[in-house]
Design a protein around this ligand. Structure first.
Ligand code: G3H
Ligand code: ZN
Length: 291
Protein backbone atom coordinates (compact mmCIF):
# COMPACT_ATOMS: atom_id res chain seq x y z
CA UNK A 1 0.00 0.00 0.00
CA UNK A 2 1.16 3.52 -0.66
CA UNK A 3 1.64 5.49 2.56
CA UNK A 4 3.11 8.77 3.74
CA UNK A 5 6.81 8.37 4.48
CA UNK A 6 6.29 9.62 8.04
CA UNK A 7 4.18 6.55 8.86
CA UNK A 8 7.07 4.17 8.26
CA UNK A 9 9.99 6.31 9.35
CA UNK A 10 8.41 7.19 12.69
CA UNK A 11 7.92 3.47 13.44
CA UNK A 12 11.52 2.76 12.47
CA UNK A 13 12.64 5.58 14.77
CA UNK A 14 10.54 4.31 17.70
CA UNK A 15 11.74 0.72 17.25
CA UNK A 16 15.39 1.44 16.39
CA UNK A 17 15.69 -0.03 12.93
CA UNK A 18 16.24 1.38 9.44
CA UNK A 19 14.12 1.50 6.32
CA UNK A 20 15.80 0.95 2.98
CA UNK A 21 15.34 3.75 0.46
CA UNK A 22 15.83 1.98 -2.84
CA UNK A 23 16.64 3.84 -6.06
CA UNK A 24 14.52 2.57 -8.94
CA UNK A 25 15.27 3.07 -12.63
CA UNK A 26 12.51 1.16 -14.43
CA UNK A 27 9.42 -1.02 -13.99
CA UNK A 28 11.53 -4.09 -13.23
CA UNK A 29 13.24 -2.40 -10.29
CA UNK A 30 9.92 -1.11 -8.91
CA UNK A 31 8.51 -4.65 -9.09
CA UNK A 32 11.66 -6.10 -7.53
CA UNK A 33 11.47 -3.76 -4.52
CA UNK A 34 7.71 -4.27 -4.08
CA UNK A 35 7.97 -8.07 -4.25
CA UNK A 36 10.86 -8.00 -1.78
CA UNK A 37 8.81 -5.90 0.65
CA UNK A 38 5.99 -8.44 0.47
CA UNK A 39 8.28 -11.45 0.92
CA UNK A 40 10.25 -9.83 3.75
CA UNK A 41 7.17 -8.32 5.45
CA UNK A 42 8.95 -5.00 5.42
CA UNK A 43 8.20 -1.38 4.70
CA UNK A 44 10.19 0.24 1.90
CA UNK A 45 10.91 3.65 0.47
CA UNK A 46 10.98 3.73 -3.31
CA UNK A 47 13.01 6.72 -4.44
CA UNK A 48 13.72 8.28 -7.81
CA UNK A 49 16.51 10.61 -8.81
CA UNK A 50 16.04 13.45 -11.28
CA UNK A 51 17.74 11.34 -13.95
CA UNK A 52 15.36 8.44 -13.26
CA UNK A 53 12.47 10.90 -13.64
CA UNK A 54 13.78 12.23 -16.91
CA UNK A 55 14.15 8.62 -18.17
CA UNK A 56 10.67 7.44 -17.15
CA UNK A 57 8.66 10.67 -16.92
CA UNK A 58 7.29 12.06 -13.67
CA UNK A 59 3.65 11.04 -14.17
CA UNK A 60 4.49 7.52 -15.42
CA UNK A 61 6.82 6.73 -12.51
CA UNK A 62 4.43 8.23 -9.94
CA UNK A 63 1.59 6.10 -11.29
CA UNK A 64 3.73 2.97 -11.62
CA UNK A 65 4.92 3.18 -8.00
CA UNK A 66 1.46 4.01 -6.73
CA UNK A 67 -0.28 1.18 -8.60
CA UNK A 68 2.43 -1.39 -7.83
CA UNK A 69 2.29 -0.41 -4.14
CA UNK A 70 -1.50 -0.84 -4.12
CA UNK A 71 -1.73 -4.01 -6.19
CA UNK A 72 1.53 -5.91 -5.73
CA UNK A 73 2.38 -4.85 -2.19
CA UNK A 74 -1.08 -4.30 -0.72
CA UNK A 75 -0.10 -5.58 2.74
CA UNK A 76 3.09 -3.66 3.33
CA UNK A 77 3.69 0.10 3.40
CA UNK A 78 5.62 1.76 0.61
CA UNK A 79 6.45 5.47 0.34
CA UNK A 80 7.59 7.47 -2.69
CA UNK A 81 10.49 9.92 -2.32
CA UNK A 82 12.52 12.26 -4.55
CA UNK A 83 16.25 11.61 -4.12
CA UNK A 84 18.80 14.43 -4.60
CA UNK A 85 16.42 17.06 -5.97
CA UNK A 86 18.63 19.92 -7.11
CA UNK A 87 16.19 22.76 -7.69
CA UNK A 88 13.05 24.30 -6.27
CA UNK A 89 11.24 23.52 -9.55
CA UNK A 90 12.02 19.81 -9.59
CA UNK A 91 11.01 19.42 -5.95
CA UNK A 92 7.85 21.43 -6.55
CA UNK A 93 6.83 19.19 -9.46
CA UNK A 94 7.25 16.05 -7.34
CA UNK A 95 5.17 17.56 -4.55
CA UNK A 96 2.46 18.34 -7.11
CA UNK A 97 2.65 14.79 -8.43
CA UNK A 98 1.91 13.19 -5.06
CA UNK A 99 5.30 12.43 -3.49
CA UNK A 100 5.14 12.47 0.32
CA UNK A 101 8.82 13.22 0.74
CA UNK A 102 11.41 15.20 -1.20
CA UNK A 103 15.15 15.64 -0.82
CA UNK A 104 16.48 19.07 -1.65
CA UNK A 105 20.21 18.64 -2.09
CA UNK A 106 21.88 22.03 -2.13
CA UNK A 107 24.86 20.67 -0.21
CA UNK A 108 27.32 21.84 -2.86
CA UNK A 109 26.32 25.47 -2.20
CA UNK A 110 27.71 27.62 0.62
CA UNK A 111 25.86 26.83 3.87
CA UNK A 112 23.79 30.03 3.90
CA UNK A 113 22.57 29.42 0.34
CA UNK A 114 21.84 25.78 1.15
CA UNK A 115 19.80 26.96 4.16
CA UNK A 116 17.97 29.58 2.13
CA UNK A 117 16.92 27.21 -0.70
CA UNK A 118 16.02 24.42 1.74
CA UNK A 119 13.87 26.85 3.78
CA UNK A 120 11.91 27.80 0.66
CA UNK A 121 11.28 24.12 -0.08
CA UNK A 122 10.25 23.38 3.52
CA UNK A 123 7.72 26.23 3.43
CA UNK A 124 6.00 24.93 0.30
CA UNK A 125 6.32 21.24 1.21
CA UNK A 126 5.01 21.55 4.76
CA UNK A 127 2.00 23.51 3.51
CA UNK A 128 1.16 20.34 1.55
CA UNK A 129 2.11 17.99 4.43
CA UNK A 130 5.14 16.71 2.52
CA UNK A 131 8.36 15.80 4.36
CA UNK A 132 11.67 17.37 3.38
CA UNK A 133 15.13 15.85 3.60
CA UNK A 134 18.01 18.31 3.72
CA UNK A 135 21.70 17.64 3.18
CA UNK A 136 24.91 19.10 4.56
CA UNK A 137 28.39 18.23 3.28
CA UNK A 138 28.29 17.12 -0.34
CA UNK A 139 28.66 13.37 -0.95
CA UNK A 140 31.41 12.25 -3.29
CA UNK A 141 31.51 9.39 -5.77
CA UNK A 142 28.95 8.60 -8.42
CA UNK A 143 25.93 6.31 -8.56
CA UNK A 144 26.95 3.11 -10.29
CA UNK A 145 30.71 3.66 -9.80
CA UNK A 146 32.34 0.46 -8.67
CA UNK A 147 35.71 -0.47 -7.21
CA UNK A 148 38.74 1.66 -6.57
CA UNK A 149 39.68 3.67 -3.52
CA UNK A 150 38.56 7.07 -2.40
CA UNK A 151 41.36 9.54 -1.82
CA UNK A 152 39.76 11.82 0.69
CA UNK A 153 36.15 11.70 1.83
CA UNK A 154 34.89 15.16 2.81
CA UNK A 155 32.93 15.18 6.05
CA UNK A 156 30.12 17.48 7.14
CA UNK A 157 30.85 19.90 9.95
CA UNK A 158 28.82 19.18 13.08
CA UNK A 159 28.21 22.90 13.67
CA UNK A 160 26.92 23.30 10.10
CA UNK A 161 24.52 20.37 10.51
CA UNK A 162 23.13 21.81 13.77
CA UNK A 163 22.77 25.31 12.29
CA UNK A 164 21.15 23.89 9.13
CA UNK A 165 18.56 21.73 10.93
CA UNK A 166 17.60 24.50 13.36
CA UNK A 167 17.25 27.07 10.59
CA UNK A 168 15.41 24.95 8.02
CA UNK A 169 13.22 22.68 10.18
CA UNK A 170 13.74 19.76 7.77
CA UNK A 171 12.12 16.45 8.70
CA UNK A 172 15.11 14.21 7.96
CA UNK A 173 18.79 15.00 7.60
CA UNK A 174 21.51 13.59 5.37
CA UNK A 175 25.12 14.53 6.02
CA UNK A 176 28.48 13.35 4.75
CA UNK A 177 29.78 10.97 7.43
CA UNK A 178 32.29 8.96 5.40
CA UNK A 179 30.26 6.98 2.87
CA UNK A 180 30.20 7.68 -0.86
CA UNK A 181 27.90 7.09 -3.80
CA UNK A 182 28.98 3.90 -5.56
CA UNK A 183 31.11 1.05 -4.25
CA UNK A 184 34.66 1.75 -3.07
CA UNK A 185 37.16 -0.46 -1.27
CA UNK A 186 37.70 1.99 1.58
CA UNK A 187 34.16 3.29 2.27
CA UNK A 188 33.66 3.99 5.92
CA UNK A 189 31.44 5.62 8.51
CA UNK A 190 32.94 8.10 10.95
CA UNK A 191 30.97 7.01 13.99
CA UNK A 192 32.16 9.85 16.23
CA UNK A 193 30.56 12.33 13.79
CA UNK A 194 27.39 10.27 13.33
CA UNK A 195 26.98 9.95 17.11
CA UNK A 196 27.53 13.67 17.65
CA UNK A 197 24.97 14.55 14.95
CA UNK A 198 22.39 12.15 16.41
CA UNK A 199 22.95 13.60 19.88
CA UNK A 200 22.57 17.20 18.74
CA UNK A 201 19.85 16.80 16.15
CA UNK A 202 16.82 14.73 17.15
CA UNK A 203 15.43 13.96 13.68
CA UNK A 204 15.81 10.81 11.55
CA UNK A 205 19.27 10.50 9.99
CA UNK A 206 19.56 9.33 6.37
CA UNK A 207 22.69 7.40 5.40
CA UNK A 208 23.48 7.97 1.73
CA UNK A 209 25.83 5.78 -0.26
CA UNK A 210 24.69 2.54 1.39
CA UNK A 211 26.14 0.27 -1.34
CA UNK A 212 29.67 -0.87 -0.57
CA UNK A 213 29.53 -0.24 3.17
CA UNK A 214 30.43 -3.31 5.26
CA UNK A 215 27.46 -5.05 6.90
CA UNK A 216 29.03 -4.71 10.36
CA UNK A 217 29.25 -0.93 9.87
CA UNK A 218 25.65 -0.75 8.68
CA UNK A 219 24.52 -2.65 11.81
CA UNK A 220 26.50 -0.30 14.03
CA UNK A 221 25.11 2.76 12.23
CA UNK A 222 21.56 1.54 12.88
CA UNK A 223 22.43 1.12 16.57
CA UNK A 224 23.64 4.71 16.54
CA UNK A 225 20.26 5.87 15.26
CA UNK A 226 20.30 5.78 11.45
CA UNK A 227 16.69 5.30 10.29
CA UNK A 228 16.92 5.48 6.48
CA UNK A 229 19.62 3.86 4.34
CA UNK A 230 19.90 4.69 0.63
CA UNK A 231 20.76 1.87 -1.76
CA UNK A 232 21.31 2.62 -5.43
CA UNK A 233 24.41 1.04 -6.97
CA UNK A 234 23.76 -2.47 -5.61
CA UNK A 235 20.43 -2.52 -7.48
CA UNK A 236 21.95 -1.21 -10.70
CA UNK A 237 24.59 -3.95 -10.55
CA UNK A 238 21.99 -6.67 -9.84
CA UNK A 239 19.90 -5.52 -12.82
CA UNK A 240 22.74 -5.04 -15.31
CA UNK A 241 24.77 -8.14 -14.45
CA UNK A 242 21.67 -10.33 -14.67
CA UNK A 243 20.56 -8.80 -17.96
CA UNK A 244 24.05 -9.12 -19.47
CA UNK A 245 24.24 -12.81 -18.47
CA UNK A 246 20.73 -13.67 -19.66
CA UNK A 247 21.26 -11.89 -22.99
CA UNK A 248 24.61 -13.62 -23.52
CA UNK A 249 22.98 -17.02 -22.97
CA UNK A 250 19.88 -16.31 -25.07
CA UNK A 251 21.07 -14.50 -28.14
CA UNK A 252 18.12 -15.65 -30.27
CA UNK A 253 15.41 -14.62 -27.75
CA UNK A 254 12.67 -12.47 -29.26
CA UNK A 255 10.45 -11.89 -26.21
CA UNK A 256 11.80 -9.03 -24.05
CA UNK A 257 9.95 -10.40 -21.04
CA UNK A 258 12.06 -13.54 -21.06
CA UNK A 259 15.19 -11.42 -20.87
CA UNK A 260 13.89 -8.99 -18.26
CA UNK A 261 12.04 -11.28 -15.86
CA UNK A 262 15.22 -12.56 -14.17
CA UNK A 263 16.24 -8.94 -13.43
CA UNK A 264 13.14 -8.53 -11.24
CA UNK A 265 14.17 -11.57 -9.19
CA UNK A 266 17.76 -10.34 -8.96
CA UNK A 267 16.65 -7.01 -7.52
CA UNK A 268 14.18 -8.71 -5.19
CA UNK A 269 16.99 -10.88 -3.80
CA UNK A 270 19.30 -7.95 -3.07
CA UNK A 271 16.48 -5.92 -1.49
CA UNK A 272 15.40 -8.79 0.78
CA UNK A 273 19.01 -9.13 2.01
CA UNK A 274 19.12 -5.40 2.76
CA UNK A 275 15.78 -5.50 4.58
CA UNK A 276 17.11 -8.27 6.83
CA UNK A 277 20.35 -6.35 7.41
CA UNK A 278 18.45 -3.14 8.23
CA UNK A 279 16.19 -5.09 10.60
CA UNK A 280 13.06 -3.85 8.84
CA UNK A 281 12.12 -7.39 7.74
CA UNK A 282 9.33 -9.30 9.48
CA UNK A 283 7.64 -6.24 10.94
CA UNK A 284 4.34 -6.16 9.08
CA UNK A 285 1.56 -8.72 9.30
CA UNK A 286 -1.25 -9.07 6.78
CA UNK A 287 -3.15 -5.80 6.75
CA UNK A 288 -0.08 -3.62 7.23
CA UNK A 289 -0.18 -3.83 11.03
CA UNK A 290 3.23 -3.58 12.62
CA UNK A 291 4.22 -6.61 14.69
O1 G3H B 1 20.96 8.72 -3.02
C1 G3H B 1 21.24 7.55 -3.30
C2 G3H B 1 22.24 6.82 -2.56
O2 G3H B 1 22.90 7.57 -1.65
C3 G3H B 1 22.76 5.59 -3.14
O3 G3H B 1 24.14 5.36 -2.89
O4 G3H B 1 24.69 4.07 -4.94
O5 G3H B 1 26.19 4.03 -2.95
O6 G3H B 1 23.99 2.90 -2.87
P1 G3H B 1 24.79 4.01 -3.44
ZN1 ZN C 1 22.64 9.82 -2.18
Amino acid sequence: MLVHIKDIVKKAEQNSYAIGAFNVTNLESVLGVAQAAVKANSAAIIQVSESAISYMGLKPITHIVSTVAKNVAANVPIALHLDHGTSFDSVFECIGSGFTSVHIDASNLPLDENISLTKQVVKVAHAKHVWVQGEVGAMIGGHGNIRGALKKVPLASLEDVIKFVRATRVDTIAAAVGTAHGIYDNEDIVFSLLKAIKKAVPIPFVLHGGSGVQDSKIRKAIKEGVNIINIGTDLKIAFCQTLIEVCAKNKEETDPRNLLKPTIKAIEKVVIEKMKLFNSAGRYLVGGVET
